[in-house]
Design a protein around this ligand. Structure first.
Ligand code: MG
Length: 261
């Protein structure tokens, strides 16, 4: 597969879909509180998507190499879970948890992808900082998703930021085995967009590309392990992890975040 440059018509549909997705995910965020199950979050997300006449992109999606398809609309990953957590009726959020909610939406045949990590009630200052820095890392990545740069410049900028001097003592691990990606015609398209790397490497960034940028930062080691369920990634040392993602359109005038209102 090669990189798909989107047409004007496709871009308009992706803008609409991105707005829907952002509204849905923020509404899901708003009901997060101690006592709610990850299953309830999933059902609410699916209901809101269908109210728009759209479709959940992850439900029944079968990534290459997977034995079974993903059984839910929303990926819900709690604390040491990094991404792709499967919602469960008996997984109840409690005060002090953090929860990553990751959602894909199909609008008029085209896909957008978005994620954020949310505090459940009060969380420690240390974890608050992890969330803030991960969100900032996403912004750094977005700022570097510009015409004239290459894909490697995005990861290079993220890595430079996360490992910059003022964050030295945090020593966050940047997850390397999972990455951002092209999106739009399919939920995962070329190119891969790692959250680390070398400047001036990889594909040239061109206007009309649509990409999902999604840094995942860990309190400890960058290493992750895959759960027996075949989907959920945990940090190898079971320390907390955070994840933020936007779908971005590259324009001649700079990056445009599609997944915001
Ligand atoms: Mg994604």
């Amino acid at each position: 597969m090669s990189i798909i440059i989107k047409t004007k018509e496709q871009i308009e549909i992706l803008r609409e879909g991105g707005r829907h997705l952002s509204e849905v995910l923020h509404k899901v965020k708003d009901i997060i509180k101690p006592g709610i199950s990850t299953y309830e979050l999933d059902k609410y997300a699916e209901k809101l998507i269908r109210e728009y006449g759209d479709e959940p992109a992850f439900l029944n999606y079968k990534p290459e190499g997977a034995k079974v398809s993903f059984p839910a609309s929303l990926c819900v990953s709690v604390n040491e879970e990094v991404v792709h957590g499967i919602p469960k009726k008996d997984k109840i959020l409690k005060e002090g948890d953090i929860v990553s909610i990751d959602l894909g939406l199909k609008h008029k045949g085209l896909f957008t992808d978005m994620a954020m990590t949310v505090a459940v009630g009060n969380i420690s200052e240390q974890i608050k900082k992890l969330l803030a820095i991960t969100e900032q890392a996403l912004q750094v990545g977005i700022h570097n998703a510009v015409v004239g740069n290459r894909v490697g410049d995005i990861g290079f900028a993220i890595e430079n930021f996360v490992h910059s001097k003022h964050l030295q003592k945090e020593n966050y691990g940047i997850v390397e085995v999972l990455s951002g990606h092209g999106v739009g015609v399919a939920i995962h398209e070329d190119p891969y967009i790692p959250n680390f790397g070398k400047a001036n490497t990889g594909e040239k960034i061109k206007a009309g590309m649509v990409v999902a940028i999604e840094p995942m930062l860990n309190m400890g080691t960058k290493n992750v392990t895959l759960d027996k369920d075949g989907y959920t990634f945990h940090t190898a040392d079971r320390k907390h992890s955070a994840h933020f993602e936007h779908t971005i359109l590259i324009t001649e005038d700079g990056p445009e975040i599609l997944t915001q209102n």
